[in-house]
Write a protein that binds this ligand. Structure first.
Ligand code: UDP
Ligand code: MN
Length: 380
């Protein structure tokens, strides 16, 4: 008896010691936003007279702490501060010390095409301008796993691929319209029974081989949220907890423009806040865009930390810095503008920059040289 108690005591002591060590070595919580800054943002929103312009605006007061404080004169200007184009872009310092750097790890389970659900978010006006390029390149090789979420009927698109979902969401670039599409993506993924949910924008190239390698290194039954933040610290938001109560909340989120993935195990746990109409009401609670809402559900409500992965890329980072020799390892790429300059990966592909400004065709020929339209003589 005594012996057993002694062993228990020893075990308890060892446990306490381990807990202390964990507390001592854990990351300190991020510094809170100075109250003055939050108030100033709200005051400037309220306009010079100090009268709020719309009910519930305080819930929209989310800033990246440390970001320069700007005077905001209108609701639309305020919202634009929250959109991705204005978010800070540099790689997060100390990113490598977070749970994983996304470099391939030993496989946990081999994955087949039917195990992964890739949702591509688009809008009718981008079907020709953006989506056709994806259909010609990476989607053409991976139709089975790719589902296109849009907002308008398009016969030409329906003829090209069977996996088009008309969400009936508004075609606006508003917070609500984007959350509406994310809600449909989530519900369709749950219905599909697949192991992994990945979301990308219509300006992303997905290197599916690298994606399968990455996802295959995690068990899909565990809680995994993989992606890359666009901010260098957790976003600070105000969470509406009841009619008259709000409270500050901070969490990391993976930027939607670089793509992110969620394991089925985690997606099922998100259901109370994400399924049916719940995603929209959860997004309203923090009044932030769709990708932030995902981070809020996963990190803030479920307590599951984002696994940072440097292999996802949005056009909010300098894509020229992706080494050409490592292109085949990257999971997603993008193109667009960065600091008012054209932003795309650097690759000496078979196509000129004029013929292939996104560089996606050149990347595709690099990854799949047997593609019929890739020049045979190409030297990489
Ligand atoms: N998008 C949309 N509705 C719109 C405008 C854009 O669904 O009215 C989609 C677009 O197809 C893309 C994503 O939202 O998948 C991001 O749009 P964009 O790349 O233009 O903006 P960003 O946020 O990257 O600056
Ligand atoms: Mn974009």
């Amino acid at each position: 008896m005594l012996k057993r108690c002694g062993r228990r005591l020893l075990l308890a002591l060892a446990g306490a010691l381990l807990a202390c060590l964990l507390v001592l070595t854990a990351d300190p919580p991020p510094p809170p936003v100075p109250a003055e800054r939050g108030r100033r943002a709200l005051r400037s929103l309220a306009g010079p007279s100090g009268a709020a312009t719309a009910p519930g605006l305080e819930a929209a007061a989310a800033v990246a702490p440390g970001a320069p404080v700007r005077e905001v004169h209108s609701l639309s200007e305020y919202f634009s501060l929250l959109t991705r184009s204005r978010r800070d872009a540099g790689p997060p310092p100390g990113g490598a010390s977070r749970p994983a750097d996304g470099r391939p790890r030993p496989p946990a389970e081999p994955l087949a095409a039917r195990d992964v659900f890739i949702a591509v978010k688009t809008t009718k006006k981008f079907h020709r301008a953006r989506l056709d390029l994806l259909l010609e390149t990476w989607i053409s090789r991976h139709e089975e796993m790719t589902f296109i979420f849009t907002d308008g009927e398009d016969e030409a698109l329906a003829r090209r691929t069977g996996h088009v979902v008309n969400t009936n969401c508004s075609a606006a670039h508003s917070r609500q319209a984007l959350s509406c599409k994310m809600a449909v993506e989530y519900d369709r993924f749950i219905e599909s029974g697949r192991k992994w949910f990945c979301h990308v924008d219509d300006d992303n190239y997905v290197n599916v081989r690298a994606l399968l390698r990455l996802l295959g290194s995690y068990p899909h039954t565990q809680d995994i949220y993989l992606g890359k933040p666009s901010l260098d610290r957790p976003i600070q938001a105000t969470e509406r907890v009841s009619e008259n109560t709000v409270r500050p909340v901070h969490f990391w989120f993976a930027t939607g423009g670089a793509g992110f993935c969620i394991s089925r195990g985690l997606a099922l746990k998100m259901s109370p806040w994400a399924s049916g109409g719940h995603f929209m009401s959860t997004a309203e609670r923090i009044r932030l865009p769709d990708d932030c809402t995902i981070g809020y559900i996963v990190e803030a409500l479920l307590g599951v930390p984002l696994v940072r992965c440097g292999l996802f890329h949005s056009h909010l980072e300098n894509l020229q810095q992706v080494p050409a020799s490592e292109l085949h390892e990257q999971v997603t790429l993008s193109y667009g503008m960065f600091e008012n300059k054209r932003n795309a990966v650097h690759i000496k592909g078979p196509f000129s920059v004029e013929a292939d400004p996104s560089r996606f065709r050149s990347v595709h020929c690099h990854l799949y040289p047997d593609t019929p339209w890739c020049p045979r003589t190409a030297i990489f």
